[in-house]
Design a binder for this molecule. Structure first.
Ligand SMILES: NC(=O)c1ccc[n+]([C@@H]2O[C@H](COP(=O)([O-])OP(=O)(O)OC[C@H]3O[C@@H](n4cnc5c(N)ncnc54)[C@H](O)[C@@H]3O)[C@@H](O)[C@H]2O)c1
Length: 357
């Protein structure tokens, strides 16, 4: 059985805990321990998931006998625990963005290769069944050569303002949101970024004391010649219909694809609560009468569960190489995405087109 620990059990780390605990009830993995530097949070999560807790990941990795480590610390703090755990021969699952420097990503890849361990990056948009269909169509050539496209991903302002104002200034709409869409478009087309031009604004959040970009628009030329514009922001009003607004379109010689990845067709309005749209294919919760617990499903969960399934596969003699260009986001994908994001930030500073390298 696959034995796992989680480092960073905050907002998104909770989804990791829900996923691993659920798979544990199926007898396919064991959540051995968790780690967070926030002692109160750690104590609560330990109680909720009935698991051992540590405030120091090094101590946890010294003491526990495990196969894999999942890292959900804030964006700039993935590198250190990943490198440490990989050097101990543990398989890695790391939240996006893999790291906010290309050198950091390269170090993570090198250490994982040296230790022959999996380096998996959580690019969950690959697990969305709508996106899988689009990718299959593009790879079949139905739309011909993609010429241009557009993608947007926008959060409500509550995310940087209230959820993590402490580390939002160390992140940006590109790091927090753009990386999802950069990966999705490059995964669909099978092509990496070549150059990027970007403009951004620092107005609203700065006025609220959170010094980060409100919005960034980046035009990326990919190696296949397609030019895709990404509009990324985290300042949508509190009463917007969902936490995240997202979607994309791609136009090729022979076709057009338009995908609303936010509004999946269910719209509700309740007294005093405005209008909401649901994206239940991301993470949905339903009561499971068999276990008496909540059952989590959706592409946000599958993307995390995929780590367990990969470790099972590897433990049976599966090859790391065979995972490439599949649904799993790997370190090799994470670094390509970080290269686009780093170049986009360079373009914001220089005002020029920047090469992605
Ligand atoms: N896949 C997705 O859709 C998705 C969505 C949201 C966030 N994320 C990513 O998940 C990561 C975490 O985001 P979040 O929203 O959960 O942030 P958060 O601030 O809620 O949680 C991060 C946790 O990490 C802990 N931490 C920081 N340094 C640590 C260390 N050295 N050792 C142990 N714990 C440490 C913090 O105390 C905190 O509890 C980020 O990289 C973010 O971009 C992914």
């Amino acid at each position: 059985m696959v034995k796992i620990v989680v480092i960073g059990v905050g907002k998104f780390g909770t989804n990791l805990l829900n996923t691993f605990s659920q798979i544990e009830t199926e007898g396919r993995c064991k959540l051995v321990a968790i780690c967070d530097i926030n002692e109160t949070l750690l104590e609560n999560q330990c109680k909720k998931y009935n698991v051992k807790g540590y405030t120091n990941y090094k101590e946890m990795l010294e003491k526990e006998d495990i196969d894999g480590v999942a890292v959900a610390t804030p964006d700039p703090f993935h590198r250190e625990p990943v490198v440490y755990a990989a050097n101990k021969g543990k398989h890695i699952f790391v939240e996006k963005p893999m790291d906010i420097t290309v050198e950091g990503c390269q170090e993570m890849i090198d250490i994982c290769r040296k230790n022959n361990v999996l380096l998996q990056v959580d690019f969950h948009k690959r697990f969305d069944p709508f996106h899988i269909k689009v990718r299959n169509d593009i790879r079949e050539g139905f739309a011909g050569k993609v010429e241009y496209g557009y993608a947007h991903m926008e959060d409500k302002i509550v995310v940087p303002r209230d959820w993590f104002p402490g580390w939002a200034p160390k992140s940006s709409p590109v790091w927090f949101l753009g990386v999802h869409m950069f990966d999705l478009i490059r995964w669909i087309m099978g092509s990496n970024g070549k150059n990027v031009y970007a403009k951004g604004k620092k107005l609203k959040l700065k006025s609220l004391g959170v010094d980060t970009y409100d919005s960034i628009s980046a035009m990326v030329e990919f190696e296949n010649g397609a030019v895709v514009t990404f509009d990324l922001s985290w300042i949508l009003p509190d009463d917007f219909e969902s936490i995240v607004n997202q979607g994309f379109r791609l136009v090729g010689e022979k076709g057009i694809i338009e995908c609303d990845s936010q509004d999946r067709g269910t719209r509700v309005s309740y007294e005093g609560m405005g209008v909401s749209t649901y994206n239940p294919v991301f993470i949905s919760e339903s009561p499971d009468k068999r276990t008496g617990k909540i059952r989590y499903s959706g592409y946000g969960i599958e993307s995390i569960a995929d780590f367990v399934y990969n470790l099972e596969y590897l433990s049976k003699g599966g090859s790391l190489d065979l995972l490439k260009d599949g649904i799993t986001g790997l370190g090799e994908d994470g670094i390509e995405v970080t290269k686009i994001a780093v170049a986009a930030h360079r373009a914001l500073e220089s005002g020029k087109v920047e090469f992605i390298n």
